[in-house]
Design a protein around this ligand. Structure first.
Ligand code: SF4
Length: 114
């Protein structure tokens, strides 16, 4: 018979392979409002073996903020991208070129526009 503790433990096993934990990346990178940090977080997620499980878990928990599973969450919604305020620059800055991390097909319906 499964107990709540067993179910929770098994559900969290994917965290053992999390790239963010293995690399010792400061947590703040994943919860920053700066585009350079967001880009760094997305690049780490893009190579993470648990990306899909992480994104599914974030959506299940209704995560309000941060980068989870390679996607940016703001106000409880998964956003397509984040734009700098004001006019876009003619020559994009490196930090503005956020890496595109594909969203698994079964989670595409959760996507919102920035
Ligand atoms: S997908 Fe990103 S946030 Fe999720 S466990 Fe991997 S590195 Fe961490």
């Amino acid at each position: 018979m499964e107990t709540l503790t067993t179910i929770t433990f098994e559900a969290e096993l994917w965290r053992n392979d999390a790239a963010c934990a293995r690399l010792g990346v400061p947590t703040g990178v994943f919860f920053s409002d700066h585009l350079g940090d967001i880009a760094q977080a997305k690049r780490i997620c893009a190579d993470c073996p648990t990306m899909v499980a992480c994104l599914e878990a974030a959506l299940t928990r209704n995560e309000p903020w941060g980068v989870w599973g390679g996607q940016l969450f703001r106000n409880g919604k998964m956003l397509a991208n984040k734009r700098r305020r004001g006019r876009p620059s003619k020559v994009p800055r490196p930090e503005e070129q956020l890496p595109e991390v594909p969203i698994p097909l079964h989670l595409l319906s959760e996507l919102r526009s920035a």
